[in-house]
Design a protein around this ligand. Sequence first.
Ligand code: SF4
Length: 695
Amino acid sequence: MDGSGPPETRSTCPYCGVGCGVLLRADGRGGLSVRGDPDHPANFGRLCSKGSALGETVGLDGRLLTPMIDGQTAGWNEALGHVADRFRETIATHGPDSVAFYVSGQLLTEDYYVANKLMKGFIGSANIDTNSRLCMASTVAGHKRAFGTDTVPGTYEDIDEADLVVLVGSNLAWCHPVLFQRLLAARKARGTKVVVIDPRRTASCDAADMHLALRTGSDVALFNRLLAAIRDCGAVDPEFAAYVDGAGEAFAAARDEDGAATGLSEAQIRAFCDLWLGTERVVTVFSQGVNQSTSGTDKVNAILNCHLATGRIGRAGMGPLSVTGQPNAMGGREVGGLANMLACHLDIGNVGHRAAVQEFWRAPTMADRPGLKAVEMFRAVADGRIKALWVIHTNPAVSMPDADAVRDAIAACPFTVVSDVTAATDTARLARVLLPAAAWAEKDGTVTNSDRTISRQRAVLPAPGAARPDWAILAGVGRRMGWSAAFDHQSPAEIFREYAALSGVAGGFGRDFDISALASLDAAAYDALEPVRWPVTARQRGGRFFADGAFFHPGGKARMLPVRWQPPAARTGPRYPFRLNTGRIRDQWHTMTRTGLSPRLSSHLAEPFLDIHPADAAPLNIAASDLVLVESPTGRCILRARITDTVRPGEVFAPMHWTGETAPSARIGALVAGATDPVSGQPESKAGVVSVRRF
Ligand code: SF4
């Protein structure tokens, strides 16, 4: 505490998956001061530009303050009753799979839990998916294939203790800045080497000893070359290999890879392999550049294969580390917020798991098969299979691939509900019912960051107008649909206790996610909960997984997967000669509904742009700052050209943040086709094809 004014409240930053702790103090005029929490294990007081500007984003401009039905103000009772009636009628007429929830990694764990329980246990469909599908679904699938569960093996401390950190498809400097600051500190303290594997020369390359600007989508080819080198030079860990199945097939697939797909020279590939093989303490950090691909799951497994083969997993300073985009993408994975999962890492396809969850919830109708993943879900809205849709804290009319088609599908859906903080997002404008949700600084609950640390988020401002927490809105609809006892929660603490108790059931099935030791927290203990890394059981608290060589597949072994490089789904050609990469910029978040409120953040990069290589710009007569028309098979944008050699020739880059409201011509989602990874369902947002010409 800094000693002046009222006491500060400990909470968490609502942006990226680093999950930094913040200390908040309300100024009494609706504003907020923010500083880093020196005692939080993710950030130890550090904040990035977005986190430190949080106080500038809590004003009421653009807030949704009352429920609305067909453009008219309504009371809560009327609005919740209307939503419940329409969902009940739709289900009665067309069956449970005719309705869907599309939710968000911005939800707190308690919100996510109630949404998942309502859809999977009571409505009886698994049509609940999340915008985290666009973020890290390939990692979930890769983890499950390799480990048997969606387990993040390591911790942030591994970055502090590594001698080599490999960033794959991750601009950590801009997208997870505080983790990058930890890496820089480790580099200073112990000389940690850094390799960046990314088609673009990003800000993260400023700290890199080696930058491999590989061809977009060729990561599997590179890591297969590394795996082949691991075997050829005898670096396979004989002890660990006893705990791994499938090594022979994986090595055989790797042996066939010649690396040409990467576009890198033999000398570059050799130098990378030598550095990796010559350094025992290696952490591979990977993110959306790996996940957002039609071969995203294979990319994840190509990375995991190398760590499994060498035993560089579950030990200090070693292991693969997936970093998530959103503050609670991990919590969403834990509660089963994805359409193909049950709560607490239980499997929807497992009869025993389903029965246990059904019994625990006393649920009338359990979903018995996976629901529609995000891209499929909006296609089902478009073709009329989904007739009632509830969108919670996300803006799919902008952020989904093929965004124009998604926008049109939502507009044509017979009944759409949007719960959100902001009154007029591109999606909210299309909804029949709007429900005002409490914002980040106004609600209580928990989030889980990328290294499995559960932290409390605490309310420090009153919810304005009629705004309510999401769990209360969802439970209100659940009660009105006839399930009063199951949705009579009175507080987030009560929901958390129920969830923690369910995790004990999962622990009985030998699952990794078990926080049952927290199931008895009373309200005061929940309020005082310190950041804690799961698992949290009577026998175990936090730590690394897999140090003992025990995995979660039947038989207890891990699996190496034979994976082979596949090109991106869309091919460049005369009509669309450029490969389109998309991503974040340093100071904006998603569709800018919050960061766009901060003048300081908006001044960093003030307008949407397209990065294009000088060798590509010259023949098209494109000069710096020219407006360019960018067209893909699904849409078009008009962007400001930046001529730069940070992108490869033949590849262009555009940020994803601007919306129809802020820049009508810059909805990048409209350019991205909806091709998805066949295992994870994650869309390929980083390898589209476009044409570019002066506008
Ligand atoms: Fe927030 Fe991420 Fe920045 Fe930390 S690194 S302050 S969690 S945006």
